[in-house]
Design a protein around this ligand. Structure first.
Ligand code: HEC
Ligand code: HEC
Length: 479
């Protein structure tokens, strides 16, 4: 095959996968097990006990993250401002929401699983205490996704829930994730928080190099030159991880530039002790002094070497060099600034060579998986549609709710039983997600139905009475 044909075939296959719009509940991606390497493991898992990581819940979170139906104008999803190809950041200064532009620059979303939320909040000013608390806020924000319920005729979160209740795929996904199909704010928050918590980037050149010198989370051997680094990258690392040497007037005459105080090495998440770095202008022109959080310093640059969007909460640095201009020369007048930044208005005197070294080093913090891994990608097709594999059973039966049953254990491996069943006998039928009947028999209190031979997947159990009326149904998962 010649090259051109090969390319066309490649594009065809690519567009085929992009158009797929399918969630396969039988083969879930791994979200729950972190890929954090030994040399970084800092022992923090921000997942709270009532929302431990679970592949089913995170799968629902992925769909919610990409669903434009979560905004009042049906055209903004979380991913509109947090793009996978930009490490979940944005190239523009402000994100376009349902009712206008975001007031600050959207943050890149990565490695928040090891971000120490008991000590440090989220958002640029740390006003959110946890991911669970944060993730429904953009939905309720009038500008961003619009379900505020506050303005005169603004729809509320309850209106959103009613809208989601009308979508078949959520019926399946909420049942799959939480065991019943009710949609609540708490479930939406748990699922979105898990999806975001799963986003990780630990496959950078820095990680390779640190592993090569037998690095540890306590930074053993961090000072050693990494064998896979260029001399420029190694010098940049030294500048980043060491303090300045100053003369008696406070002017820097050598040594490093102290970035590590706030951008913790080797994780590059934000340090709990860090304060304001002197970037005090809001996009709208007012002044703000409580910006004490930055996204991870990993993946500032994309794999091609261009920035994943402008830098700082107001986007004032369009290039890394402009960012260094700020750190080099922080105005003396700046108040409420972290003392480790405050050089009393005396410039760091970064040489052009040092600037290039720092940039080269920060570029080694870029991974590749985060940009391409399908588990974090958009599951919807080009028409914003989504199919849960096998589809749902078309339910033409009338349920007269004589008997509200629950199948347990759920998920199940070898057998299921039925809770709350009346003493009488019922006729039971089990259907797979393709709507094929795969089992039938008599069911009464306490009997076990063996499901050993069922393939992995979601099933529906229907109960019929003597007059062949459907009296109850429930879904269960075979692992
Ligand atoms: C219109 C653009 C926009 C949309 C839509 C949006 N965000 Fe954001 N996101 C932002 C901005 C701007 C910030 C920083 C806000 C601030 O600090 O005031 C942010 C910050 C965040 C953070 C904080 C990260 C950190 O490290 O502290 C998380 C998490 C987040 N968004 C998740 C979401 C989720 C989940 C959704 C969808 C429900 C969403 N965002 C929708 C613009 C957006
Ligand atoms: C005193 C703590 C502190 C020190 C020291 C510090 N920073 Fe920061 N850094 C911050 C804060 C706070 C922010 C967010 C500021 C904002 O956007 O207003 C930030 C933001 C950044 C960002 C932009 C992140 C983004 O997503 O926009 C980069 C890049 C950065 N710092 C690099 C450095 C480098 C390089 C050094 C060393 C020269 C350094 N920082 C030293 C606190 C610090």
């Amino acid at each position: 095959m010649n090259n051109a044909k090969f390319k066309i075939l490649g594009l065809f296959l690519l567009s085929f996968t992009l158009m797929s719009g399918i969630i396969d509940l039988g083969t879930l991606f791994n979200y729950s097990i972190s890929n954090i390497p030994e040399h970084i493991n800092i022992g923090v898992d921000s997942a709270p006990l009532n929302n431990l990581m679970d592949d089913k819940v995170a799968t629902l979170g992925r769909v919610l993250f990409y669903d434009k139906k979560l905004s009042t104008n049906n055209s903004v999803s979380c991913a509109s401002c947090h793009k996978q190809e930009l490490a979940f950041g944005l190239e523009e200064l402000q994100g376009t929401g349902a009712n206008g532009l975001s007031l600050r620059r959207p943050m890149r979303l990565l490695n928040l699983r090891i971000y120490n939320t008991p000590f440090k909040g989220l958002f640029w000013d740390e006003r959110a205490g946890s991911l669970e608390e944060l993730v429904t806020q953009p939905i309720k924000d009038h500008i961003e996704m619009g379900y505020s319920g506050a303005e005169a005729d603004a729809p509320s979160f309850d209106d959103l829930i009613s809208q989601l209740e009308g979508l078949d795929y959520y019926e399946d996904l909420f049942t799959f994730a939480f065991g019943d199909n009710s949609i609540t704010e708490e479930k939406i928050s748990k699922a979105l928080a898990q999806f975001i918590r799963s986003i990780e980037s630990y496959d950078s050149k820095f990680d390779e190099g640190f592993a090569m010198v037998d690095g540890t989370p306590s930074n053993e051997n961090i000072e050693l030159d990494f064998p896979n680094f260029t001399p420029e990258e190694n010098s940049g690392k030294t500048l980043f991880i060491s303090d300045a040497i100053k003369d008696t007037n406070g002017a820097r005459i050598g040594g490093g530039v102290g970035c590590f105080h706030c951008h913790t090495v080797p994780s590059f998440t934000f340090s709990p002790e860090s304060g304001n770095n002197g970037v005090i202008a809001e996009i709208g022109g007012s002044e703000v002094f409580n910006i004490t959080k930055a996204p991870s310093l990993r993946d500032i640059f994309g794999p091609s070497g261009s920035l994943n969007g402008p830098l700082f909460h107001n986007g004032q640095a369009a290039t890394f060099d402009e960012l260094l201009d700020h750190y080099d020369d922080i105005a003396e007048t700046t108040i409420m600034i972290d003392h480790r930044m405050d050089n009393n208005g005396i410039p760091l005197n970064l040489t052009i060579e040092e600037r290039l070294q720092l940039e080269a080093f920060v570029k080694t913090l870029t991974g590749s998986d985060i940009y391409t891994n399908e588990k974090w990608s958009n599951p919807f097709d080009m028409n914003e549609e989504l199919e849960i594999i096998g589809g749902t059973i078309s339910n033409t039966f009338v349920i007269n709710n004589e008997n509200n049953i629950t199948v347990y254990p759920n998920p199940a491996t070898s057998f299921i039983k039925i809770k709350d069943i009346h003493a009488q006998n019922y006729h039971g039928e089990v259907y797979n997600m393709d709507g094929q009947k795969i089992w039938q028999g008599t069911i009464h209190a306490d009997n076990e139905i063996s499901i050993n031979t069922f393939p992995k997947g979601i099933y529906s159990l229907f109960l019929f009475n003597d007059s062949e009326d459907l009296v109850s149904k429930d879904k269960f998962i075979k692992l």
